[in-house]
Design a protein around this ligand. Sequence first.
Ligand code: ZN
Ligand code: ZN
Length: 172
Amino acid sequence: MNQSLEPALGILPLGRVGGEMIQAVAGAFAGEIGMALRVLPGLGPPAYAFDRHRIQYDAARIISRIESMDIDGCARVMALVDVDLFVPVFTFVFGEARQGGRVALVSLFRLESRPERAVKIALHEFGHLCMLDHCRESRCVMNFAKGLGQLDRVATYYCRYCLSQVNYMAGL
Ligand SMILES: [Zn+2]
Ligand SMILES: [Zn+2]
């Protein structure tokens, strides 16, 4: 018998992350992608990534830290944080992931406690983990959203093209 583990996605809360946010994100992946999900025990806020000049948290440092952790049985990790994130070229980001990487980040900080926004960002960043780039379909969740207005205009799902790529990659 082949006993190899399914490629699970771990959902990792960092800091104060409400249960409704975790449930919303977990539910979206269960519905949209159908891969095994594991909600991981939460960790403290990412104080190591605080930038005192920007008064924000460095997304790349958080991703590197989680990548260095040994998270049992999870092919990929979706971390949810309650702090404001930046990458050097943007004033803020809703989320971050390296294309083809193992760890994605979602910041709840600017979402005004709206779970469907967290779902969109999580699906978007997961698409990057699955090698997707931004999509030209205006409603596709892989369409790039700079602000809440644009985020609210995209759907909470992938277009057919992006979904087929995600389904293909999620199984690997
Ligand atoms: Zn993106
Ligand atoms: Zn698309």
